[in-house]
Design a protein. Sequence first.
Length: 113
Amino acid sequence: MVEDETLVRIVGSDALTDAGFEVLEAASADDALRILETADEVSVLLTDIRMPGSMDGLQLAHLVHARWPAIKILLTSGDTWPQRDAIPDDGRFLAKPYDLQTLQDEVEGLIRE
């Protein structure tokens, strides 16, 4: 889960952990890439679109899709809504604020695909 807002990241991570997922947390795209370089297996990249740093979440999603095509993409934002064709592969978009059950369902749906 890549989210620069600490509280949003903690709440989302806790909800996903409660649903049985193992969650790796990053506060920026750069942090996420460092984690992905050493992670054993990652099924879903959940990333906010608007973040500080060298790239935003949409750029991160494209880079992750190019380097790790098996990782499913779930983008989220409260003020940026990407066009469907801007999201890599069969990625999804979840608008903020989102319901925690919906977040869990979206991640579960991506894993089952």
